[in-house]
Ligand binder design. Sequence first.
Ligand SMILES: Cc1ncc(COP(=O)(O)O)c(C=O)c1O
Length: 443
Amino acid sequence: MTTETIDAIERRAVMHSWCVQADWRGPTIVGGDGAYFVDDRGRRYLDMSSLAECSNLGHQHPQVVRAIQEQAAKLCFVTAAWGAEPRARLAQLLLEKSGFDGGRVFFTLGGADANEHAVKFARQASRKPRGRVITRERSYHGASYAAMALSGDSRTESQVDAASFGVLRVPPPYAYRCPFGTTNDQDCGAAAAARVGEVIDGAGAGAVAAVLMEPNAGTNGIVAPENFWPRVREETAQRGVHLIADEVMSGFGRCGEWFAWQRYGEAGRPDLMTLAKGLTGAHLPLGAVVLSAQVAAPLEHTMLYTGLTYCGHPLACAAGVAAVRAYEEEGLIVRSRRLGADMRAALDRIAMRHPVVGEVRGGVGLFAVVELVRDRATRAPLAPWPTTHASLRALVDRARDAGVSFATRGNLIILAPPLVIGERELADALALLDRLLGEFDWT
Ligand SMILES: Cc1ncc(COP(=O)(O)O)c(C=O)c1O
């Protein structure tokens, strides 16, 4: 038996994601409950980001844990090509919640492969096996090769030739720094959506098979203006191009609806959507592609040349069924909307007190972004994207010492707590943020 500590083994033997290995210094987590997780020193942290914006139900949700245990006792695995009760039940629930009557669900292992499969299905259904796919600059759709090509992510663009994957890019509806030079949200949303139509037309007749985007709030801290998604829907529908909504992060209550596109009603309905993260509340890895009836129909009588060994794993699907029931029975979608509004109001008050806050975005649901700037008037970034200013890194460390875990991306603070967070806990965490913003030098 080795006497080496777990921390030492982590440092020596494990390759950690999204970091310089030699600099890794993460906490070791041993447990959790509700909106808190617990480290190996027994310290509890209020989780203000649902870890990777995925623990929407909080940590160790008892109903989900029980469902996994019960399923494990019955049946752990069956090949994805055969049937399994929890998979069928979860597919049915997802079709019900999304209103994709007559559609089908393909289960994956997570978000990246859900997006890759959605593109495959859109191409196959539109009989354009190598059709082009339009995605946004400053977007994230996963880190496997094709998902990296789909992502407009400056951190990884040198690793993959997006054009060779048939990917075309459009500027994002980032109204605070509008790439079209507009000065208000709606104009930026309209210009960004119109560009999608122009790029489809510019690619040549029938060249584009799909447009893949997050409908509203996003991994990269952009919250699309209200008119953006319905207009993208119009642009794509007019041209017969499939629209794929990446709901990996925005789904399951994060943006105040089961799925973020639903805030626009039928005017926002995509042809396919991809899910992961909140699908099991991160209790087990699982992703899904939900196909509308129109997309599923042409695939009914053709061979489906795809599938991963663990697609739709029964344990993960059992967790998914329990998670969907928990969102429903605990009224968490509505709760997210209510607490999201409270969070937004508190952040707006914080912005008034701290000039380093350039803009607060979101708050329709428990997702908000605080963008920090060097100069509010010029909107000069605090540090060049995607780097993080030293004071913001120090703020995060100080908050963690105080028992609250905040996530940052570049100079953005991403607020996405579990939907089960208490009112008091949320208010205390935001009060801590308010205090800490006043304690650092932002020059
Ligand atoms: C919008 C979005 N799409 C896709 C992914 C990739 O999901 P996964 O990490 O499960 O592959 C993420 C992950 O952060 C995401 O936020």
